[in-house]
Design a protein around this ligand. Structure first.
Ligand SMILES: [Zn+2]
Length: 412
């Protein structure tokens, strides 16, 4: 296939800006929490655009919206989409762009190539951000993979106190039917998303193919020493947890820095007790967030962090204990889809690079039931989860062109 796929830039612009009206905050912000009135209106609009594009619309038991273009053959479906909920407030592009990209790509393929062999589906996932229910994350894609338990809706509590059951029933969804949302007939899933980082901008490229979603580990660490007078105790006989913390914090950050991209380690939280100027602290509690997308490097990173923590504590006579609070394996993309997307991007005249995602995405859930890959579109200044996030229509069109070409290669 060497034909250039035409993506209607004006349609892209209209869909992006019209969808952003549902839950609009200020000039460019969007607060669209799952199952809110704005969310209902946005999903209705998405369904209407699917219908208008000649796709069959289905809404599943958790409120994911599907637009289907039936294939002439059997074979499993090929799906593309992302989440339609937002941060509070987020911007116009995170999630919403991927839901629209799936729809626009399938629409363009239908117009330019007719019926596919394999069924193509665009999808707007109901929830990914945990912005209404802190423990709900990936609610839509998890339901599709059969990983929402029937007891979850009662145990999933919103920041404002209501349960997921209340929120679903309020808009006419029956939580008892959640298992019906699960799918076993999706073979491939490609998600387009904004990058949410500065790498494409630094590389002066519009689009990336994502070969893995990073693995994440959160440590919660407690260093205990002996609280004493800041003047009375000589340096050489102190058990000072602040000294241990300073060494460990600098050490773990430097380990990731020296390992180089895409390793990242962040110490984002520290609680010093008692936190007074003239007191050698009794304890320091702190967090370590460490991420790497490759399994082996990830093990290396974590092992280095743990070895340093033990060594510093022992040498300084401190007690140390840590808990691993979050531990997600990396989610690699399907290698064949990644190389296919690189190939079709080149055929379409779109310059790309390959990178890992440092953030989590619905794709890592979909990987449980389908071959997955992602496409990133350049974010201005790398910004997201803010009303200031921005991607140009030109870059978005290039991203959707690669997506459409990838879907074409799989479906026709
Ligand atoms: Zn997102």
């Amino acid at each position: 296939m060497s034909n250039r796929i035409e993506i209607d830039a004006e349609l892209v612009r209209r869909y992006v800006f019209e969808l952003a009206e549902f839950g609009r905050v200020g000039e460019s912000g969007v607060t669209r929490l799952v199952y809110s009135p704005e969310w209902v209106a946005a999903t209705n609009q998405y369904a209407a655009w699917c219908r208008e594009s000649g796709l069959e619309v289905e809404r599943d038991a958790v409120g994911n919206v599907w637009g289907k273009l039936r294939g002439s053959g059997d074979g499993k479906s090929i799906a593309s989409g992302s989440h339609i909920d937002s941060q509070a407030p987020g911007g116009r592009y995170d999630g919403a762009l991927g839901a629209l990209a799936g729809l626009i790509a399938v629409r363009a393929l239908k117009e330019q190539f007719g019926q596919p062999k394999r069924t193509l589906e665009a999808v707007a996932f109901c929830e990914e951000e945990s912005s209404r229910f802190p423990s709900a994350n990936y609610w839509g894609s998890r339901a599709i993979t059969g990983r929402v338990a029937v007891t979850d809706p009662d145990n999933t509590i919103a920041f404002s106190g209501e349960t997921m059951t209340d929120a679903m029933q309020a808009i006419g969804l029956d939580p008892a039917r959640i298992p019906e949302a699960s799918r076993d007939d999706i073979g491939d899933f490609i998600e387009l998303h904004i990058e949410q980082g500065p790498i494409l901008e630094q590389s002066d490229l519009p689009v990336a193919i994502v070969d893995a979603i990073t693995g994440i580990r959160h440590y919660s660490v407690r260093l205990k020493g002996t609280q004493n007078h800041a003047g009375g105790f000589p340096m050489d006989i102190r058990q000072d947890p602040m000294a241990g913390f300073a060494e460990i914090a600098a050490g773990v950050i430097n380990t990731a820095h020296r390992m180089g991209r895409p390793a990242v380690t962040t110490v984002g939280r520290a609680v010093v007790k008692p936190n007074y100027p003239a007191i050698i602290p009794g304890s320091v509690e702190f967090s370590i967030d460490a991420r790497h997308p490759r399994a082996e490097k990830r093990r290396e990173l974590y092992a280095a962090h743990e070895a340093l923590m033990r060594e510093v504590a022992t040498r300084r006579g401190l007690e140390i204990e840590w808990e691993i609070q979050i531990d997600h394996e990396p989610s690699p993309s399907d290698a064949a889809i990644v190389s296919m997307l690189q190939r079709v991007a080149k055929q379409q005249g779109v310059d790309t690079m390959v990178m890992a995602s440092g953030a989590g995405h619905d794709s890592q859930q979909m990987a449980a039931i389908a071959n997955v890959a992602m496409i990133f579109v350049r974010s201005k200044d790398g910004r997201s989860h803010t009303p200031d996030e921005f991607s140009s229509i030109e870059d978005i069109v290039e991203g959707i062109r690669v997506l459409a070409a990838g879907l074409h290669a799989l479906a026709y």
